[in-house]
Design a protein around this ligand. Structure first.
Ligand code: ADP
Ligand code: MG
Length: 230
C-alpha cells in the first residue's frame, strides 16, 4: 500500500476520544471491508497488523489508559527536524524523540523505528516494521516465567550475566523473560554493544515487558519504548 492508501483506510474514523476501550466503535467498525488485518492495543496505541504487508500501522491515543480526552485540553507540541509539530500525548512521537537520542549514543539498532506518514482526521499515523513479540517468538504467552536454560546454554547465560555485572545497571530483577531476551541481545550484538544498550535502557526506558520486546528474524529489538505513566 502506498502512503495515501494507508491514510485513506481511516478517513471515516473519529479518533477524538479513542482509547483502548473504544477502538471498535471509533475505528475498527469504519475500516474498509476488504482490508485484511489483525489488531492489538496497549495502553497508548492502536496497532493494526495488515496480513499482506511487512509493517504495522500505529495510531497513538490522545488520552492514556482508560482515559478520555477532553477537547478543551491543550496539549503541548514539540518539533523534530523535518516533521510537523508533534503532540505531547503522542507516544509514537515520544519514541521518535528517543530514537533520535539513541542515534547519538549509537544504541538505536535495538529500537524499532517509527516512520511518520501523515495525519488523517487530526490523527498522526505511523508505520513500523512488523516484528514478532517475545511471547510469539518463544510461544510463551500467558506464563510469567520462562526458562532461559531451555533455549540458551549455561555458558551463554553466564557470559551475559558477566557483561551485565560490568554495566553497573540493576533493572532486571528476577524477570525470567527479560533475562532470556537479554541473553539473545548479548549473543546477537556482542558485549560492548550490550553494555551500551543496558545503560541506555536504564536511563530512558521504563516499561520493558514481553509484549514490548521482540525480534526481527533473530535480531532482538524493542518494539515499544515510550515511557508508560498510566
Ligand atoms: N512492530 C510490531 N510488530 C508486531 N507486533 C507489534 C508491533 N508493534 C506493536 N505490536 C503489538 O501491538 C501491541 C501494542 O503495541 P505497543 O507499541 O506496545 O503499544 P502500547 O504503547 O499501547 O503498549 C504490542 O504489545 C504488540 O503485541
Ligand atoms: Mg506496549
Amino acid at each position: 500500500m502506498d502512503v495515501d492508501k494507508i491514510l485513506d483506510l481511516f478517513k471515516k474514523c473519529d479518533f477524538t476520544h479513542t482509547n483502548c476501550d473504544t477502538v471498535d466503535e471509533d475505528v475498527l467498525n469504519y475500516l474498509p471491508k476488504e482490508f485484511d488485518y489483525d489488531w492489538r492495543t496497549g495502553a497508548s496505541k492502536l496497532v493494526l497488523i495488515p496480513c499482506e504487508e511487512n509493517y504495522v500501522i500505529k495510531l497513538p491515543f490522545k488520552g492514556n489508559y482508560h482515559y478520555f480526552y477532553d477537547e478543551n485540553e491543550q496539549f503541548k507540541t514539540f518539533s523534530i527536524p523535518g516533521l510537523p509539530a508533534l503532540h505531547e500525548f503522542d507516544h509514537c512521537a515520544e519514541e521518535l524523540k528517543l530514537y533520535h537520542i539513541a542515534s547519538k549514543y549509537h544504541t538505536s539498532q535495538i529500537l524499532l523505528k517509527n516512520i511518520y506518514i501523515g495525519e488523517v482526521n487530526e490523527e498522526p499515523v505511523y508505520i513500523q516494521q512488523k516484528a514478532v513479540t517475545f511471547n510469539e517468538y518463544y510461544d510463551s504467552g500467558d506464563e510469567d516465567y520462562f526458562d532461559n536454560e531451555s533455549v540458551h546454554t549455561q555458558e551463554e547465560i553466564e557470559s551475559m550475566e558477566k557483561s551485565y555485572e560490568k554495566s553497573n545497571v540493576y533493572f532486571v530483577g528476577d524477570n525470567s523473560k527479560l533475562d532470556t531476551w537479554l541473553t539473545d541481545v548479548h549473543k546477537y550484538y556482542g558485549e560492548k554493544q550490550f553494555i551500551k544498550f543496558l545503560q541506555f535502557i536504564d536511563s530512558y526506558i521504563n516499561d520493558l515487558h514481553s509484549e514490548n520486546i521482540g525480534y526481527i528474524g533473530d535480531r532482538p529489538v524493542i518494539i515499544d519504548y515510550a515511557s508508560f505513566y498510566g
